[in-house]
Design a protein around this ligand. Structure first.
Ligand code: LLP
Length: 437
């Protein structure tokens, strides 16, 4: 199965590395996220090696998977972190990583978060507005510190991805346009407690072709050459190109980091800056699956067939939120999973597949994890795997419908261990109980 590398079927049963998925589930039950350690580390190595010529600082995007042990693993492998809240900064610091490898983005950093970041001497803030820059300057002054910053530019480039995950077009709330960035840079001396270090751009994700990055870097280069004088240009030591590097959700071959590097590195060299990158999805996306159990099946008089499983939109919101496509297949089945599955193009292969919607128990019509799929016949109690859920799966989960969050398991070779235990009903009310009268 292209892209899922460390997950494969052997004798009709799904393995993660050398461990049978079923064996894990017998111990920890469902729903459960299972990650492959060697998949995560190999993806980290792949992107690091692809860009090695530019010796980038790789800051893993914590929002994609913020599990402490996973962040620690990546930190041990040499990664820094891209954080977007005080909470993510807390997690990043807990891994024991050097604060000099942490960059902080986000349009609404509060004074408290800025204080927390300055007190911990993070490497850089990716600043998204003049108002934010003034506030960082003020807070830094109060702490008698200098804040290192990159200006996040909104370059108005279309990344050709889902409208809800597009961040670098002029109608998006992120960053500042080139005109404002120029004004800020020309007036930077007025911000006494700011040290301008670079430019940051993140235009969206997932991005399937290098072209949008090329367009962005060409625009940034032109900006640096034309709009800035030599003195101002010298301040720009770093170019941070954000994240967005695609993964295959369908099993098709997609561009790899080396394809992106081939186009990006020459432009970074031309710009003459050091490179920072913020990959999230590429590192963890295909390193995780969500395993669920079939609770019921039902068929309407009109013939519509549903598989109701015990994972729901609170566990994995991407299908409900973005109509995202995640391949889904039984954990134990005699019917081989097709190499490639294109959304809306599945077909009856005459081998016992049924046309189904796979839905969760949450009381929302949008709680459908896999819509309109040709799927092997399953019965109550069977396990199903939802692939490519290592990124933006667990981190976007919630307690909606008072459903405890799933547990998270890591497989390493022929061992597996818990990285997050399943929440209990007590966990659900722990912050409310003391106020009950
Ligand atoms: N840097 C910044 C500033 C970002 O906002 C993001 C993602 C990244 C890096 C990492 O992007 P990645 O390499 O993971 O594509 N929840 C959505 C995606 C929204 C991502 C938001 N920012 C999803 O489930 O697809």
């Amino acid at each position: 199965m292209s892209g899922f590398d460390f997950f494969d079927y052997r004798n009709n049963e799904l393995f993660c590395e050398q461990v049978k998925v079923k064996e894990i589930i017998e111990e920890v039950k469902t729903p459960t996220y299972i990650y492959s350690k060697n998949s995560i580390l190999s993806h980290f190595a792949e992107i690091r090696d692809a860009f090695a010529e530019a010796s980038p600082l790789i800051c893993f995007s914590v929002k994609s998977n913020s599990n402490l042990s996973i962040c620690r693993m990546l930190s041990d492998a040499g990664s820094g972190f891209d954080v977007v809240s005080g909470g993510e900064l807390y997690r990043a610091l807990k891994t024991g990583t050097g604060p000099d490898k942490i960059v902080f983005a986000g349009v609404g950093k509060t004074s408290e978060e800025i204080t927390y970041a300055l007190e911990n001497n993070i490497f850089m803030f990716n600043v998204e507005s003049q108002a934010e820059l003034s506030n960082i300057n003020r807070v830094a002054n109060g702490l008698n510190k200098t804040a290192r910053v990159a200006l996040r530019i909104n370059p108005d480039v279309d990344p050709n991805t889902h409208v809800k995950t597009t961040t670098g077009k002029k109608e998006n709330k992120f960053g500042m346009d080139f005109v404002i960035a120029e004004q800020v840079i020309k007036n930077i001396a007025n911000y006494k407690n700011i040290d301008l270090k670079g430019i940051h751009v993140h235009i969206g994700s997932p991005i399937y072709e290098p072209e949008p990055y090329v367009l962005v870097l060409e625009k940034v280069n032109e900006f640096l050459q034309k709009a800035l004088d030599v003195k101002d240009k010298q301040k720009i030591e770093y170019i941070n190109i954000g994240g967005g590097y695609c993964i295959s959700y369908t099993g098709e071959n997609v561009k790899r980091p080396s394809d992106f590097a081939a186009e990006i590195i020459p432009l970074v060299k031309k710009i003459g800056c050091k490179l920072i990158m913020e990959p999230g999805r590429f590192i963890v996306g295909n390193a995780g699956i969500l395993v669920s159990k079939v609770i019921y099946t039902k068929t309407s008089t009109a013939g519509k067939k549903y598989i109701i499983c015990d994972a729901a939109m609170n566990d994995l919101v991407r299908p409900s939120l973005y109509d995202a496509f995640h391949r889904t297949w039984p954990v134990n089945t005699e019917i081989p999973m097709p190499e490639v599955e294109i959304p809306g193009e599945g077909k009856d292969m005459g081998n016992g597949l049924e046309f189904v919607d796979i839905a969760g128990p949450v009381c929302e019509s949008s709680d459908v994890l896999a819509k309109g799929r040709w799927f092997p016949g399953v019965k109550e109690g069977d396990l199903i795997a939802i692939f490519s859920t290592g990124a933006y799966g667990s981190t976007m989960s919630s307690n909606y419908n008072s459903r405890p969050r799933a547990c998270e398991i890591l497989v390493d070779g022929d061992n597996f261990s818990t990285l997050r235990k399943r929440e209990t009903y007590e966990d659900l009310v722990v912050n409310e109980e003391e106020f009950l009268n």
